[in-house]
Ligand binder design. Structure first.
Ligand SMILES: Cc1cc2nc3c(=O)[nH]c(=O)nc-3n(C[C@H](O)[C@H](O)[C@H](O)COP(=O)(O)OP(=O)(O)OC[C@H]3O[C@@H](n4cnc5c(N)ncnc54)[C@H](O)[C@@H]3O)c2cc1C
Length: 424
């Protein structure tokens, strides 16, 4: 560069904006598939008692990236699920239990602290050939017919044929491309914490359905200091969250134990806790010229049924498959054909998951007797009829996308879903 000249842009195949869990996975997967990738965004800690339960499909994808053995060492299996009605309804159903073994799986999923997962992914990104990680975020985008040019906060410019917006719910990439997001606030918040408790969880995830929202205890691995550990996601009305936020750890631990009906005995809160407002965010279009949105940039909903990041990782799998397919057919990886294929592939899964989670959340909040009755009857039916229960379990895990099933053998794309023998 000579004085007064603009520095040349760093040219790449793909720019991934955002190095949260979805962005890290996208950068790694695209680099493994042979693309030259720039990943923009500072590493950050989520902390505050946050975990993600990774379902079977996500485990298969992470395994295909060579990550699962390391993540598995930090995760706890969810081998059984227990649903307990605590709404005070006139039609209280008995608790329902689901066991992964009933559908031939070792576990429904694996629960891992967000920060442990991010550290593992970031370490692998740091080692992977084909990814340049820049800590600076994207300040501005210029989407043109041939390329996207992104100006970073540190003044550098990156040009790419495809930009992936993995920059979370307030996505700057989405706004820069003029894509709309419809946001609904539920008036609820999720209180999160890591808990040490007296009794073992026996690999059970327990979900109490309360009028404020679900109260869920999810297994965590033992630590040197505590043999029995779980993470808590307690969804409640905003005013209850404010009151509980003000409690000290001992008082809050007592409330948690009471709400858990002492299922796991006395509780102790480990480390920081968090409060996260519950919103639903519908993004009608997840592509624009040379841009594909993934993860929370493309969809946000309450943490019910462990769907958020699992859906985000399926976005990541799909955009990798579309880019590989375009390259193999000598087409533009950021062109309209590749991006339309991505949107077509992801739309049904996103619409279905957003709708189901929204419906489940609202069904708990309502005091309308017929809805209460239907909810109780549905749980009782599930409890009584094995084949129906197994069908529902499979639907809860199965991604609704044709491409992922059909393309699972594409080089550079992930392996087939729902493997029975998972690496341990
Ligand atoms: C309480 C709770 C429990 C949950 N439990 C589960 C669960 O069990 N299972 C599950 O699947 N999901 C769960 N989720 C959802 C899951 O945590 C999220 O879907 C997931 O973490 C989103 O990851 P992301 O990478 O898409 O977004 P984010 O984590 O928001 O990451 C976006 C990143 O982009 C960065 N960024 C922003 N702007 C820019 C910019 N201009 N340039 C560069 N970078 C930028 C941000 O700093 C951030 O690092 C839960 C969520 C909550 C709130």
């Amino acid at each position: 560069m000579t004085n007064g000249e603009t520095p040349a842009a760093r040219a790449s195949d793909v720019l991934v904006a955002g190095s949260g869990l979805a962005g890290l996975a996208a950068a790694l997967g695209l680099a493994r598939a042979g693309f030259d990738v720039v990943l923009s965004g500072a590493g950050e800690r989520t902390g505050r008692g946050r975990t993600v339960a990774l379902l079977d499909r996500s485990v298969a994808f992470l395994d295909s990236l060579g990550l699962w053995t390391r993540l598995r060492a930090e995760a706890a299996p969810l081998r059984s699920l227990r649903l307990i009605d605590d709404t005070g309804t006139l039609f209280p159903p008995r608790p329902v239990e689901f066991h992964a073994a009933e559908i031939g799986l070792d576990a429904f999923g694996w629960n891992i602290e967000n920060d442990r997962m991010a550290e593992t992914l970031a370490a692998e990104v740091g080692r992977a050939p084909g990814v340049e990680r820049v800590a600076s975020g994207v300040a501005a985008y210029d989407f043109t017919a041939d390329a996207v040019r992104a100006r970073l906060e540190d003044g550098r410019t990156i040009s790419a044929r495809l930009a992936i917006g993995a920059d979370g719910r307030d996505s700057k990439a989405r706004r820069a491309a003029g894509l709309d997001a419809r946001i609904h606030a539920y008036g609820q918040s999720a209180l999160t914490a890591f808990l040490a408790h007296r009794l073992p969880h026996h690999d059970f995830s327990s979900e109490f359905h309360t009028r404020g929202g679900p109260f869920t205890l999810v297994p965590l691995p033992a630590s040197a200091a505590a043999p029995n550990r779980s993470s808590l996601v307690w969804v409640m009305a905003d005013e209850d969250a404010r009151r509980r936020e003000a409690l000290d750890n001992e008082a809050l631990a007592e409330e948690i134990e009471r709400q858990a009906r002492s299922l796991l005995g006395a509780m102790r809160i480990e480390g920081e806790r968090g409060i996260f407002p519950m919103t639903r965010q519908i993004v009608p279009r997840i592509i624009a010229g040379r841009l594909a949105l993934v993860g929370d940039a493309a969809h946000v909903f309450p943490p019910i049924g462990a769907q958020g990041l699992n859906l985000g990782l399926r976005d990541v799998e799909a955009i990798i498959a579309c880019a590989v397919e375009a390259r193999d057919a000598s087409r533009d990886i950021g062109g309209a054909t590749a991006l339309s294929a991505y949107e077509r592939d992801r739309r049904p899964d996103i619409v279905l998951r957003t709708g189901v989670v929204d419906g489940l959340n609202r069904a708990l909040l309502t005091h309308f007797a017929p809805v209460d009755f239907a909810r109780g009857a549905a749980l009782a039916t599930l409890s009584a009829i094995g084949p129906l229960r197994r069908f529902v379990m499979r639907q809860g895990l199965r991604p609704h996308t044709a491409r992922l099933r059909a393309k699972s053998s594409t080089p550079g794309s992930p392996p087939a879903a729902a493997t029975r023998s998972r690496p341990r």
